[in-house]
Each structure stands twice: as C-alpha cells, then as structure tokens.
Design a protein around this ligand. Sequence first.
Ligand code: IMO
Ligand code: MG
Length: 420
Amino acid sequence: MATAVLGLQWGDEGKGKITHLLAQGASMVVRYNGGPNAGHTVVDRGVKFGTHLLPAGAFYAGVTSVLAGGVVIDFDVLRREYDEVARHVGAKPRLLLAENAHLILPYHRTLEELEGSGSRFGTTRRGMSPAYRDKAAHVGVRVGDLLEPRRMAERIEWRLELLRREWPKASELEALDPGELVRSQRKLAEPWLESIVDASDVVGRALVAGEPVLFEGAQGTLLDVDFGTYPYVTSSTTLFAGIGPSLGIDPSLVTRRLGVTKAYQTRVGEGPFPTELEDGVGAALRERGGEFGTTTGRPRRCGWLDLVALRYAVRLNGITDLALTKLDVLEGLPTIKLCTAYRIGGVETDRFPLSGDRLADCEPIYKELPGWRGALRPASWSELPAAAHRYVAAIEETVGVPVTLLSYGATPEDTLRRDL
Ligand code: IMO
Ligand code: MG
C-alpha cells in the first residue's frame, strides 16, 4: 500500500520523524513538494539530523529515494546532506532525481534578498519563490539540463540578461558567469548525473505494482500557495493532490494519507495565528518542545491546537488517519485548551477562512480539558493517563479521523501505534 505523509499545520509537525519511522518498510521514499525550505528532524540510531532535501529513505539500505518534478533542488544543500548521511550509514544511498525538477541557482537567493521577502513574509531565504516563479515564467533550469551544458548556459544567460535589466545596480548579478555556474552545478550534482530519471515512469510503475511507496510531504496545509493563509504561505502546493502534478501519476493509487499534527500549534515566520500564546504558556511550549527552526534557527511562535484549521486540512487532503506528535510537551499543564470555533465580527463559525487577512480577524473559541501529570512513557494505549486519552479522543471526534500514531519524543522508540 502506498502512503503519503502530510503536514496539516504551518509545517514542522514532525513529518521527518514519522517518515523515517515508516521508511523502514518502504521500497521507495519520494519527496514531491517544496525544496530546502523544509527542515525535517530525524533521529537515526541515536544521531540527530536536520534534512532539507534528502528523503528519509536515505537512512535505510535497499530503499530508493526520489526527488520528484515538483521539488526545487539546491545542489549545494543536497550534496552536503547527502555526504553527511552517506558517512553516517556507511554507504551511498540510492537517490534518483526527476529530470523535470527545477534548480535553485545562486541568483534565486540573491533575488529574494533584493526583493526583501525574507523580512516581509519571514521566508526561509532559500530562494524558493524566485525558483518557482522562474519555473512558471518559462525561464527556469531543470535537472535534465545538467546533461546538456551548452543549452543550460544559454538558458542561464537569457535569465541573467532579464534580471540585470530589472536590477541594473545589483553588483551580485553583474559578477555571475553562466559558463561558470553550469560548471559548478554539474560538479555538485556529479554523484547523480547518471541517476536522472523520468520519475513518473519509475514511481508510477512501482505504484501500479502495489509496492509500499512512501511520499514525504514538506511544509503543511496552512502554508499551501492556494489554500493556506495567503499571502503568508510558501510558493508551491503542500496538499496531497500535489502528488499528481509533481510526479505525473494517479494520486488515487496512494490510498493512505497520514496527516501529521503536533499536539499544539506552531508557526515560524509572519502571518495570522489565532491561537498564538504570547504569554508564559507559549514560552513554556517553545522551551519544552525545542521549538526553534531546523532550517533557520528562528524561535517558533506557539499556541493551542487549532481544530478549525485541522478539520479544514483533513478535508482538503482526504486524510485517512493522523499521527499526533509531541504530546509529551503538554505534560504537567493543569489545563489544556482546544480551539473548536472562531468568532469573527461577533459571529461564531467553524469554517477556516480562505484569506490570511480574514484569519487575522478571527478570535478563537476554546474548549478546556484537564491536563495530566508525569512523563508519558506508555507501553500501550491503555497505559495512557485518562486525561491524555480524553485529549486524543476530543481531537478525533472533532476532526473525524482516528489517531493511529502517537509520538511523545524525538526517537523512533517514543511512538505508539494503533491499527486503523
Ligand atoms: P517543513 O517541511 C515551517 C514557511 C516560512 C515562511 C513561509 C514562506 O520543515 O515543515 P518560503 O521560504 O517557503 O518561501 O517561506 O513558509 N515555511 C516553513 N515553515 N516548516 C517548513 O517546512 C516551512 N517551509 C516554509 O517560515 O513563513
Ligand atoms: Mg521543519
């Protein structure tokens, strides 16, 4: 059975841990959206990694990792993390790259700096939106172009010419040489020049054969470019359906859609966040949850779990079941709140608005539940404290899908599983 692991919040839900856990039984692990803006924390045999592009399949011998066409690749980042993980596992992981995936080139980062979207929107400054924009504007460079250096240089030359017209005073752009850029990108991509494939064919065949293919989502539903809190979103789709256009496969072949949510809410970067706690409780969640960005090191904003948003994300993705992560971070709180509705202009609603600006006007309405004491170290579901049980049940009832994975720590051992 094929499974997709999807973030249901503003990213950082614990997708890395969950994908790493499930990757062990997979034949293939496929990243299908975003790029090095992602930061997936994986603890593999006691060693902690923050991966940005490398799928979690890389930690297991015999599992093939794939970067699909919908991903944008920064080879500088990919090479560094690939070499690091290869040293750790003692072998070179099998990694295939989709021929139609786009490259993030150094000028994409420069452009993001020139435009100032890093500070305006709190982006990860990885060149994401300039790279996706170039793709849509027909001026991008794709992985397959690495095999045709002359054509690749021509494309870059044309792109630089346009950029210099737009930014005549930018000396960073002046200094760039297309031939040199092609050489350096080819050098970085050297380990995979023979692993450039038509990913729709490779992954599509595996799906049709019924192989256990695992899809590693990046970001989360609330950061989706169309259905997230626009304009405070990322530049690509983060939804389950994005698997289709990213790979050229029939997404209905992916029957399990495992949504990942933290037991509370976080957000990094700018944008509305109705349940944000700017008090001691928020600070305690940040400290205890280690809520600092894997990619940027920024402190994450923390708050109570927003079930209006979660139900919306479950609906948009056709989620079949949930992985609830970081439940341990709530230990010892006398009471815990769950946001079950919003009040906007004096009217109560349980609908998540399609615009970030409207969300900013929403006030949360909470249901209060008792907390529990003591560390969660349950060997089975029945050993969970009654209050923790009630908390999980309240989430399941409101969003309408079961929690099948419960995570209460960073390592793979700190997980409870329940069959669907
Ligand atoms: P993972 O996969 C959390 C956020 C940025 C910013 C907005 C736009 O680890 O969950 P971008 O650089 O993508 O143009 O920034 O999106 N963002 C993430 N936040 N986790 C992520 O990935 C994110 N990827 C992007 O902080 O608010
Ligand atoms: Mg992250």
